[in-house]
Every structure is written in C-alpha cells, then in structure tokens.
Design a protein around this ligand. Structure first.
Ligand code: WQD
Length: 339
C-alpha cells in the first residue's frame, strides 16, 4: 500500500516525503509544480536513497484522481496541495477557494469513491483568526479569519467535521501549523519562495545572503516585550515528524481530529533578526515600518494535546531553525534554480 502526498514537491511536502521514504513507506506524489520544483523531489530521492512515484497534475482534476486511485493502491492521503499567500488571496479570492476548498472537495469525493478512508489535512493556526488569548489550544474559538486563505482553511475544517459525521468509516485529521521555518539539516531541501518572500524568516535569509537590502519590521508598538510581533516558529522537520505521528495514530481510528503543531514558545521579530545575525555572522540591516494590515500582536500554541495523543513534541529549537535555514539559503542562493 502507498501514501498519496498531494503537494509533495512543496516546502513542507518535500520534507514529509523524505521522512516517509526513510520509514520505508511507498509514496505517490501528486503536484502541479506551480509553486514547487521537481528538483526538490530529485534531491529528496538522493537523500533517501529511493524515490517517490511522481505524478504531475492537479488536485482539482477529478478524472486524474479517479485514475490515480484506480492505478495505485493508496491507503492514506496527506494533503498539502494548495495556495498559501495571504496577500495574493485577498486579490484572487476565487483562485484560493477553487484550489484550497474545491480541490479538497474533489479529492475527498475521489477518496470516497475509491474507498480510501484516511486523510491528513494541512491546516493552519490562521483558523484561530484574532486570538482571544494565548496560548491557543485546539478548543480555542476558530473563525473570524481576515483573508480568503485563512477562510479557505477554516472552511475545509468544517467540511471534514461534517464528513466525519456522515461517513463514520473515515479518519480525517487537521493539523494546525504555527509558523513553519527551517530546512533539512543537509542543506539540500528547503523553502524556495516565488519572488520576494512574504514570510519573515525567508525574507531575513535573503537579506543575509545579499539578495535584498534590508528587513522591514512591521510595527514596533505591539503590546509585546519589545513591541514587535511574536510568533511560534516551528522547524519543518518537526512538522514532518508530526505528520508521521498523526498518520500512525489515525491508522486504527475514525472521526475528525485536530492537533496544533507548534513549539509552545513565542519569539519576536527583533529576536529573530538578532539570532539570524548571530548564527550567520552576516549583517542584517532593518528598518521600522507601520504595522502590516491584518497582523496580530502575538500567536503561539499550547502543543500539549499532540504531546499526549500523538506522542509528538517539537525537538528543534530556534538556533536549529535558523542554522538550517542559513545552510539552505547560503548553499542555494537561488533556491532550486541554483544548480
Ligand atoms: C511573522 C512576523 C510580521 C515579514 C503567515 C500566515 C499564516 C501562515 C504563516 C502560511 C509578523 C513580521 C513579517 C516582514 C515583518 N501561513 N514580519 N517583516 O503573518 O504570522 O503568518 O504565514 O502559509 O497563515 O498568516 O507569518 O512570517 O508573515 O510574519 O516584520 O517582512 O514577522 O508582522 O509579526 P504570519 P510571517
């Protein structure tokens, strides 16, 4: 039996595919490579010593999914495929609902028709909207999302909850990631954003390597210790391991489950810049700017439910995250187009 990984060529997907291959799982990747590089999977195969089966195609293509499930013996799906840029989602809401919501509906329908019952879905801490308090537990209020990207993730969670009630044979899991960062410690795979990065750590990394002149710090008047935004950054290898544990846990279970994947610790923007400067030895100039619209002051997880249920906790600290990001960025200044 094999595991289907949609979006397996992307940032979190490629690290998870590597961990699955290392666990001797058979892996089928479905990716349209719109925001991913086939090179990532070539490098994953190099690291693992064996390759996934790669299908280039779209998760919205119902006929392709039907053929895929008929051809490969799939017993679980890890669904990463989707669009993920918050700002772009405000400009292109239909694309976000089409790919993230409709794509997931198409996938679920194909799974049901093929009798595949296990799904792990890439959700996000963004489903909590404006947090009433931190840390966030899985029982914290969700909804009140402020952009179509976040709303699409929240909507898929509602779909999964309803489907689990209607189809009691299914095991449906939503993993709510906090802020994924870092790279595989080999420096061979990592995050390769299209154009100028939107997220803080890839932006800092590109300043450190000399591709961008300085970091813009969005707001230093938040009610946080140094006035800048605080987030729960989590190493992508810890996230990948969280998927393996969730898969293992859901194998002999049914119903809809949700877990936070975070470290339970928050770090400010200035702390991130300082740590990056210390670990890379590079100058990281920054300028202060007004708050970014839609941003919240602080967001971090209570990860204890995953620790109890999944026997999973993050094991890599901030220095690991930054060291691994820097190794990837400095060895691959142009991302996957570096070679
Ligand atoms: C982190 C902190 C910024 C860039 C977003 C999505 C979320 C998830 C991860 C992804 C904030 C500050 C940032 C910069 C800065 N989804 N910042 N200068 O906003 O917590 O979460 O990405 O696929 O759904 O909302 O992450 O990395 O953009 O920002 O000062 O150039 O860094 O204000 O405090 P965020 P981020």
């Amino acid at each position: 039996m094999a595991i289907l990984v949609t979006g397996g060529g992307g940032y979190i997907g490629s690290h998870t595919v590597l961990r699955l291959l290392e666990q001797q799982e058979e892996v089928v990747v479905l990716d349209n490579f719109v925001n991913a590089s086939p090179q990532a999977l070539t490098r994953v195969a190099g690291l693992a010593g064996r390759a996934p089966h790669v299908i280039e195609g779209d998760v919205c293509d119902a006929a392709l999914l039907t053929r895929l499930f008929a051809t490969h013996r799939i017993d679980a799906v890890i669904h990463f495929a989707g669009l993920k840029a918050v700002g772009e989602s405000v400009r292109e809401p239909l694309a976000y609902y089409q790919v993230n919501l409709s794509g997931t509906l198409t996938l679920l329908a194909a799974m049901r028709a093929a009798g595949v019952h296990h799904l792990i879905f890439s959700s996000s801490a963004t489903v909590y909207g404006q947090p009433e308090q931190v840390p966030l537990t899985e029982a914290s209020r969700t909804g009140g999302t402020t952009n179509p990207y976040g709303t699409s993730k929240w909507m898929v969670e509602q779909v999964l909850r309803d489907l689990a009630l209607a189809a009691p044979e299914m095991a449906l899991v939503a993993l709510r990631y906090f802020n994924p960062v870092g790279a595989h410690p080999s420096g061979r795979i990592g995050e390769d954003p299209r154009g100028t990065p939107n997220n803080l750590l890839p932006y800092i990394a590109q300043v450190a390597v000399g591709k961008l002149p300085s970091v813009t710090v969005f707001g230093n008047d938040y009610p946080t210790p140094d006035g800048t935004g605080v987030r729960d950054y989590i190493h992508v290898m810890d996230l990948a391991d969280g998927h393996l544990q969730a898969l293992r846990h859901s194998r002999d279970r049914t119903g809809f489950s949700v877990w936070n994947l975070g470290t339970g610790r928050g770090h400010s923007v200035l702390e991130m810049i300082d740590a990056f400067r210390r670990l890379s030895g590079r100058d990281i100039p920054y300028t202060l700017a007004p708050r970014r619209p839609g941003d919240i002051a602080e967001c971090w997880s209570d990860p204890s439910r995953a620790a109890v249920d999944l026997k999973w906790s993050a094991t890599r600290d901030l220095d690991d995250m930054i060291r691994d990001t820097w190794r990837w960025q400095s060895q691959n200044p142009q991302g996957y187009s570096s070679e």
